[in-house]
Design a protein around this ligand. Structure first.
Ligand code: LLP
Length: 416
């Protein structure tokens, strides 16, 4: 459930008409709803019940400082994948002791930064990374808390680009090698083995693959105990899907409960979740304006002022996101449009074959754009990245200014 809805045919975010925001701040712009973020976060946090647990929001989904600050105030942890994301978490008031650091290519500098800040855990993806972390920890005179990401080889049945738990993916270590790699980790003097983790993919709409992966990890935890290696936390990753169109993913509390229930009898084991999309996707929209309507030989095009540089998901994953008018009361004729941006690529579309009743200058909202929207934006075609706004009841906060053209080339030099 989210707080974007029509009131008298005007689309609102909480208690603010989105058309007012579009007029005041210009388009394209992203708008996030604070109450929706909080609601989704609590859905995860409450459902884990009495099992000790930590929600580590996946920063990559949306790393705006104001968004991270909302999460930090809730007491959230964070899942990061770079030193840049750790800096953002710190700047936003996040607690480093609740940070887990994922990713296959952590540099020595990033590892040192994590150690100096006292993060909760490094989610390690390879034997060579273990050696590197051990070395950096030694140089700092610290012990590094580590977890090993096990690739459970389950099919998440999602888009191949966002499926991560299969044998041919670059992520994690093979389950068959896990025990041996844990033994190696335990033998390294500057590592402290604390956890086990996995992440099998993103936008999963079925609970079964999560539970299959969980069972594999629980069996490994028992096997590790037989080898004298005690695992204190189990990190099940992120990946819970959302409704973009007609998908019916499990509700966060169904998902969280299904997992927590499987841990019966393991009251000591801390459960970590790394949700990104399930918290943020439907907590944000992208506002855009219709520039022109153009009739092609076979198609009608609605040319809008947002493009693939603002929202890459349709171009990259053929993702479908709903596109709706901000003012549904305008007298317009319906037609079928491809909704396209101004970028010089055929792949620059935000929607295809959409029935819309629109005219030039009308405003539209692309729904479900709060996750992997702005976070994946680029400056392709020297387009300035959009403004970002956070709505809190009736209050409207500009949380990122629209980029300026000067900013685009401030780091460039012309050799003399
Ligand atoms: N943990 C790890 C280790 C991850 O790699 C990811 C996402 C997450 C957590 C959060 O997953 P979520 O709960 O958001 O599904 N850009 C793509 C999604 C890429 C996801 C990458 N990893 C998209 O727009 O669909």
């Amino acid at each position: 459930m989210d707080y974007f809805a029509y009131k008298n045919e005007q689309l609102f975010a909480e208690n603010v008409a989105l058309e007012d925001i579009a007029k005041k701040f210009g388009t394209p712009c992203y708008v996030y709803s604070k109450s929706t973020i909080e609601r989704h976060w609590h859905a995860f946090n409450n459902a884990a019940g009495n099992q000790p647990h930590l929600i580590c929001y996946a920063v990559k989904a949306n790393s705006n400082l104001a968004v991270l600050n909302v999460m930090a105030k809730l007491g959230s942890g964070f899942d990061i994948v770079s030193g840049g994301e750790l800096s953002r978490v710190l700047k936003a008031g996040g607690d480093p002791s609740k940070v887990v650091f994922s990713g296959v290519g952590k540099t020595p500098e990033e590892i040192a930064f994590g150690l100096e800040q006292g993060i909760k855990c490094f989610n390690v993806e390879s034997r060579s990374e273990l050696a590197r972390i051990n070395q950096v920890a030694e140089s700092l005179g610290k012990k590094a808390p580590i977890s090993i990401r096990v690739n459970p080889d389950v099919d998440a049945k999602t888009h191949p680009y966002i499926s991560t738990g299969l044998k041919d993916n670059k992520f994690g270590v093979e389950r068959e090698q896990a025990i041996e790699i844990y033994q190696y980790a335990s033998s390294l003097p500057f590592l402290n083995v604390v956890g086990i983790d996995c992440h099998i993919g993103s936008q999963l709409t079925d609970i079964a693959p999560f539970v299959d992966a969980l069972d594999i990890l629980l069996a490994l935890i028992d096997e590790l105990a037989e080898h004298g290696i005690q695992i204190k936390h189990l990190d099940v990753g992120g990946g819970l899907g959302v409704t973009y169109d007609d998908e019916e993913p499990p509700h966060p509390d169904q998902y969280t409960q299904a997992i927590a229930q499987r841990l019966a009898g393991r009251e000591e084991l801390m459960l970590i979740f790394e949700p990104g999309r399930a918290i943020m996707a439907n907590a944000g929209v992208l506002l855009t304006k219709v520039e022109f309507l153009k009739q092609g030989a076979e198609k009608n095009f609605a040319i809008i002022d947002a493009a693939m540089n603002d929202l890459l998901r349709p171009a990259l994953y053929s993702a479908w996101q709903n596109i709706i008018p901000l003012n549904a009361a305008l007298p317009r004729e319906k037609a079928i449009y491809d909704v396209v941006g101004p970028i010089c690529e055929t792949g620059d579309f935000l929607g295809k074959n959409r029935e819309l009743a629109i005219a030039p200058e009308d405003y539209l909202a692309v729904r479900s754009a709060g996750a992997y929207g702005f976070a994946m934006a680029s400056n392709y075609n020297s387009r300035c990245r959009a403004a970002e706004i956070l709505v809190d009841d009736e209050a409207v906060h500009l949380v990122r200014k629209r980029e300026t053209v000067e900013q685009l080339f401030e780091n460039e030099f012309i050799p003399r």
